[in-house]
Design a protein around this ligand. Structure first.
Ligand SMILES: [Zn+2]
Length: 327
């Protein structure tokens, strides 16, 4: 386990980038062709990867750290009020995550924030709640975790979580909390990756956790089954840019820690592909015709290495643009 000191996003080393990017690919990415493999399920396979996940701990600034390697990136604020954690990873990684948390300091786990309801950000809720965490989230996150929820694009139906794993402290638009001598602002994006995405901003450390509204170096998944859509994802990408300066350290839902420059680079990808796909759909092209036109091709080699390759991202965009768009 490494404990790297990064005072600004630009100081995240090339080695960190490679390590965390490959961990993300291993933990969630799998082969792009994976979705077509009927015998296996993306969700089950990703959950299985939790048991062998290796957690990298990165000190971001002051008392804010990131744990990378089990599902979505995890944020950790330490201090006298106990640890506040952002997202809980896979449950199969409980031991590794608990060890990583203990290696930062001995503060007990007291608070957990879920950036949205997806399993790779909430499967660890149950053990973290048992360890002492009160769970906060957007009200729609609580709604999805409280009931049977199907994600069509993952071909998977999730059961309700046990009661202790469900957020009790929910909000709608915005919430500010004061803990560990820090001001922490939770802000709802509106429908984007799901219908319950929030950002978590640590003001004193100037660290922003974007949840899955930002995938650093990967085409993002968009969950239309629970209220996500491409226009909302682009709006969230603009919103993230408006919340940062050159000094802000930004924790994406997936991919390595970054900053403003990477947020700008990312935003242009969905904007360009939405414009291309939208123009083709307006001309009356079918989904198959648009996918065959390869509108994401120029980005695929760099951004298509997770389970969302260029063709899959094109399908996700197609749903949310032009005639009969799904929002
Ligand atoms: Zn997600």
């Amino acid at each position: 386990m490494s404990n790297m000191n990064t005072n600004s996003p630009s100081r995240v080393s090339r080695r960190d980038f490679i390590v965390s990017a490959s961990l993300t690919a291993a933990a969630f990415g799998l082969a792009p062709s994976y979705l077509s493999a009927a015998s296996q399920n993306l969700v089950e396979k990703a959950r299985q990867s939790g048991a062998s996940a290796k957690i990298t701990t990165q000190n971001l600034r002051a008392n804010v750290n990131a744990l990378i390697g089990s599902g979505g990136n995890i944020g950790v604020l330490t201090g006298p009020d106990g640890k506040l954690i952002v997202d809980s990873g896979y449950s199969g990684s409980q031991k590794q995550i608990a060890d990583a948390l203990a290696s930062i300091c001995g503060d007990p786990i007291k608070h957990l924030i879920n950036t949205h309801w997806h399993f790779d950000h909430t499967d660890g809720n149950e053990w973290m709640h048992s360890a002492g965490a009160a769970i906060m989230a957007h009200q729609n996150t609580k709604k999805h975790l409280s009931t049977t929820t199907r994600v069509e694009d993952w071909n998977f139906t999730f059961l309700a979580l046990p009661s202790g794993a469900i957020p009790i402290d929910v909000f709608d638009a915005e919430k500010t909390i004061h803990l560990n001598n820090a001001n922490i602002t939770l802000k709802y994006y509106g429908p984007a990756h799901t219908d319950g995405d929030i950002s978590v901003y640590f003001a004193e450390a100037d660290v922003l956790h974007t949840g899955d509204t930002w995938w650093n170096g990967y085409f993002p998944f968009i969950d239309y089954s629970t209220g996500g859509n491409i226009d909302g994802m682009i709006k969230a990408a603009e919103g993230n840019l408006s919340m940062v300066t050159d000094k802000t350290i930004v924790v994406p839902g997936h991919g390595p820690i970054g900053g403003k420059n990477q947020l700008i680079e990312y935003r242009d990808v969905p904007v360009t592909i939405r414009d291309r796909v939208g123009a083709l759909k307006e001309r009356g092209q079918s989904l198959d015709e648009v996918v065959a036109a390869k509108p994401a091709d120029t980005y695929d080699a760099k951004w298509g290495k997770s389970f969302v390759n260029g063709d899959f991202f094109t399908k996700l965009v197609y749903k949310g643009v032009g005639p009969n768009k799904q929002t």
